[in-house]
Ligand binder design. Structure first.
Ligand SMILES: Cc1cc2nc3c(=O)[nH]c(=O)nc-3n(C[C@H](O)[C@H](O)[C@H](O)COP(=O)(O)OP(=O)(O)OC[C@H]3O[C@@H](n4cnc5c(N)ncnc54)[C@H](O)[C@@H]3O)c2cc1C
Length: 92
């Protein structure tokens, strides 16, 4: 399996003791929003039955929505990314 670029970036940064706030936030934002998009599509493909508890799809959908909130919301991930990118330019 090929590692996404941010996963490699986090590993390299952490090993060098540089920290990896930006990479971590990018990874969390990307993975959680991708999971939601996939779960959303899966529910749509299953139609009405996908919305019921007869199938696990509704649970995947709810869980995917929650991980965009828990552990730092998507808005906060975007805030961290912009701070890490522009903070240096503005002299923090
Ligand atoms: C079922 C469940 C389990 C949980 N388990 C845990 C756990 O095990 N450990 C733990 O630590 N926490 C846990 N939490 C808490 C979770 O981490 C918080 O709900 C999450 O961090 C969001 O905080 P909040 O709910 O206070 O929302 P708020 O901080 O009130 O935010 C509300 C909305 O405003 C947005 N917002 C807030 N500030 C800004 C800003 N500066 N700029 C732009 N938008 C902003 C947010 O993105 C969000 O959309 C859990 C929550 C739930 C519902």
């Amino acid at each position: 399996m090929q590692l996404p670029f941010f996963q490699v970036g986090i590993g390299a940064g952490a090993l060098q003791g540089l920290g990896a706030r930006k990479e971590g936030a990018i990874a969390k934002l990307y993975a959680t929003e991708a999971a939601f998009e996939i779960a959303h599509e899966a529910l749509q493909v299953h139609g009405g039955i996908g919305y019921t508890k007869d199938l696990p799809v509704e649970r995947y959908f709810r869980d995917a929505r929650f991980i965009m909130i828990g552990g730092g919301t998507s808005e906060i991930m975007r805030y961290i990314i912009q701070r890490e990118v522009y903070g240096g330019c503005l002299g923090k």
